[in-house]
Design a protein around this ligand. Sequence first.
Ligand code: GTP
Ligand code: MG
Length: 328
Amino acid sequence: MNDTDAGAALLRQFEARSPRGLARAISYAESGRGAQLIRHLFARTGRSMTIGLTGPPGVGKSTLSSALVRKARSLGKTVGVVSVDPSSPFSHGALLGDRIRLTEHFTDSGVFIRSMASRGHLGGLAGATADAVLLMDAFGLDVILIETVGVGQSEIEIAELAHTTIVALQPGSGDSIQVLKAGIMEVADVFVVNKKDHPMANQLKREIRSMMEMLDFSGWVPELVMTQATSGEGIDELWAAIENHVAYLQKSGEMAEKRLEAFTHQVRQLALGHLQRKLERELRSKVAEGIDPYAAADRVLQSFGVTPEGGDEPIRPPHVRASVKGLM
Ligand SMILES: Nc1nc2c(ncn2[C@@H]2O[C@H](COP(=O)(O)OP(=O)(O)OP(=O)(O)O)[C@@H](O)[C@H]2O)c(=O)[nH]1
Ligand SMILES: [Mg+2]
């Protein structure tokens, strides 16, 4: 069977709303062969509510995911969960943990769970994840949850993909300082202090509150919710916070911007992936010539047909929604 036949069979399976079809479609996309499929299905996307859930290792993301899935199911919504491990492609420890926390949903046909590593995809972590989200959306799932461990860049990417970004933190871990340093503060739509059964939980809540006072938010001000994911405490409040944010996005007209942002993000990642490959080839052939780095860069760019641009305007990333008071 050649690739086109396989693609057509896959599309039929997908259209028959077979979960296996969705699973195979995501595998296809994951191995960098998703373009044709996405082209076919893209017109059907744009209906799902997309929630990003990020935070440090062990904070309780998967336990929270599982509780959120339960909540969404109780409201009759179908759910897709994508858990992304942006760390080593060879370590599946986190993914294994994710699956264990989600086992209660495995037999529910209204829940589709997918773990993925992101190696090999043209658009990196975001590329593979963005494709999975598009496919789940086209498949007709109502809610899509993207879980990713926060290791710097990944939460920023999630914030660009998701409509609502939840940042989970845990007491007694110095998490609030970490958040401040990594610039995660500015991407959170909802903060969750999980493990509220921990004695330091209230202190963390106060720390986040005072960090928030240092920021100017344009529009939405992040909500802060305390949860105990293991018992389900606070999950109703967390769901309400998500719904409040979605309602805000719809009312303010920012939902359209969000969708465009996610779209642009994926296009940027794809284009950058192509450019980077081309660049690597050019670098190999142009660099070892004993010229200065600026001249070498100019030459590389010329071979792209690009005239180097001047200017020292800072590039403001689109996901940044808040600024530090008194700084900007
Ligand atoms: N005490 C307490 N423990 C919790 C709570 N929520 C989760 N845990 C425990 O914390 C541990 C980690 O939970 P996970 O849900 O796997 O955390 P995670 O953030 O998905 O972890 P990684 O995917 O490995 O980054 C597990 O042993 C959970 O049972 C909570 O509210 N209170
Ligand atoms: Mg997990």
